[in-house]
Design a protein around this ligand. Sequence first.
Ligand SMILES: *[C@@H]1O[C@H](CO)[C@@H](O)[C@H](O)[C@H]1NC(C)=O
Length: 283
Amino acid sequence: MGFMSKNGLVINLVLFLGLTLCTSLVFGGNFYQDFEVTFGDNRLKRFGKAGNLLTLSLDQVSGSGFRSKKEYLFGRIDMQLKLVSGNSAGTVTAYYLSSEGATHDEIDFEFLGNVTGQPYTVHTNVFTQGKGGREQQFRLWFDPTEKFHTYSVLWNPSMIIFLVDNTPIRVFNNHEAKGVPFPKTQPMKIYSSLWNADQWATQGGLVKTDWSKAPFTAYYRNFNANPDHASATTAFTSGASQSQVLNAWNRRRLRWVQKYFMIYNYCTDVKRFPQGFPVECKF
Ligand SMILES: *[C@@H]1O[C@H](CO)[C@@H](O)[C@H](O)[C@H]1NC(C)=O
């Protein structure tokens, strides 16, 4: 009826403040506090007192990059990116999680630019114990240079889910029981960089970077790391925590992406694996 008792109002206020506080704790990304420059010096810029916008740029001399100060072992990592617009051929924007050392684990997103009007390629990979070679590539269902979109990694002990605007585009399941290593002991940092790869990135290196358009700029905002992987996972899965599988809605979303937007899958590349596909491809 729109009427609220004084107590009700107080309770609501307390709830509201509580929620706001929690939100600012969980969604506390600050590019000054949470990240450090890895290369490119002042080609990396941070904006605002709260430091929630960051830009990387690339010119003929250098690209630029950053990494998180903290390490994460499981959790949900979100970043909003607006990719290099116009003629971005030859540029690669990488956004990934990685541990260190020869037997490192890594969870990759890479965005390969293209000539004006042609689509980006989203390249994904998973390294475990130093071994990668698990590429899947996608197109996007929107222009990633026009607005910010959220790219996330949801990583728990039984699966890694790659998300684009909360839609799963790829799931890498834990198949340790079948002898496939799974990242679960080495904490990872979050990395991002913008660099030039016109040797190979665009149409196999045929299209070179147009340096007259430099500097190229990619935009980042609303970084968030939620270490509570269990609660972050429940929105996507059903079933007992031991045997997590995507719920029906997310399985449908994933199938939609795989059907219409997947352009490469190592698990179906017969030429590459004439002796048979890697173990994890069989499940
Ligand atoms: C660029 O556009 C062409 C033509 O649509 C396409 O074949 C290619 O895969 C696109 N992506 C990259 C990274 O070259």
